[in-house]
Write a protein of this length. Structure first.
Length: 327
């Protein structure tokens, strides 16, 4: 029997998100961005959500933030179901769930100075004011590697890395239980991105949960405890970072991992020597595996989306995962 301590801080069960265009008539008026996706994040854990552009990972993150409505499924934080809370979410929920997005220029008002940008959540969600508020803002800036000399600057006076540090300080201001990082380092150069990743590891809430969304599986492996792989709105594999990146089982996960530059040339040669199969006769359907048209192992079974196959601590959604040839 599960105890309270065993319960995940974030629960997303069979979440489906559908976008509709009222100006279009017919089947193309709807687009299902996320289909029956389920993830859990426990306290103190960083879960990576990885997939190529258009896979639905950002939409799933926005569903957790309450920024897009769900068609069905459970989205809960600390046991509180967000579905019945209306939009926008109540202040006490917004305080518990904060986000850092890819482009800080879109998240930070360019007319305001850093002191106001970081202090705004504190004014909204706490009773701090005056000297106490100022001291808390300075402490937050120091926590993310900035100083009081940045207080009077506007975003156009900051570098890209400094802007993202301000965005992180703003997200951490009210002590959130859940932090959603949506491509938080993808727009930065390699050196700055590495600095921000180290910062995120250092400041992550010790008793909170973090969802790290990225298309870069190498970066996901470097900071995450577990990884969920998403393809065309479906979660296809979940496991520890070492399992997913060191021994991928789903064909799509294998493709992602093989795309990372490998220090062993002979293995790169083997990957390059395997020509992609011609799967044009297999068409992706809503009920089937979305990866089937690109998969070397696809057959008639793939016309239906597979049930979860549990392999040790990981979960894989593939009909062929236990086939010797597929592994």
């Amino acid at each position: 029997m599960n105890t309270q301590a065993d319960q995940p801080l974030v629960e997303m069960r069979d979440v489906t998100v559908v976008f509709r265009n009222a100006r279009v008539v017919g089947p193309k008026s709807e687009f299902t961005a996320v289909r029956d996706a389920s993830i859990d994040i426990h306290a103190g854990e960083i879960l990576g959500l990885v997939g190529e552009s258009g896979s639905g990972k950002t939409t799933l993150g926005r569903a957790l933030l309450g920024l897009v409505p769900t068609e069905r499924g459970l989205v809960a934080v600390g046991g509180v179901d967000l579905a019945g809370l209306g939009r926008p979410l109540p202040a006490y929920i917004r305080k518990r769930v904060q986000a850092v997005f890819q482009d800080p220029l879109q998240a930070l008002n360019p007319r305001h100075r850093v002191e106001r940008l970081v202090g705004e959540p504190l004014r909204l969600h706490t009773v701090l004011s005056g000297a106490d508020l100022h001291a808390r803002v300075v402490a937050l800036l120091e926590q993310v590697g900035l100083s009081s000399s940045h207080l009077r600057r506007r975003t156009n006076e900051l570098s890209g890395g400094q802007r993202q540090r301000v965005a992180i300080a703003r997200a951490l201001a009210v002590g959130p239980e859940v932090l959603v990082l949506d491509e938080a380092v993808s727009a930065l150069d390699v050196t700055t991105a590495a600095q921000i990743l180290k910062l995120l590891e250092r400041v992550r809430p010790s008793h909170g949960a973090t969802l790290f969304i990225s298309h870069d599986i190498a970066r996901v492996r470097s900071v995450c405890d577990r990884v969920a792989v998403m393809y065309r709105g479906r979660i296809v594999e979940i496991g520890t970072a070492d399992e997913i990146c060191g021994d991928p089982r789903h064909p799509y996960t294998q493709l992602l991992v093989s795309s990372v530059p490998d220090p062993h040339p002979h293995r790169d040669a083997m990957v390059a020597a395997s020509p992609p199969p011609d799967r044009r006769s297999i068409v992706a359907t809503a009920e089937g595996c979305p990866f089937a048209p690109r998969c070397a192992h696809a057959d008639e079974r793939c016309a239906t989306f597979p049930q979860t196959v549990q392999i040790a601590t990981r979960a894989v959604r593939c009909h062929h995962v236990l086939d010797p040839a597929a592994h």
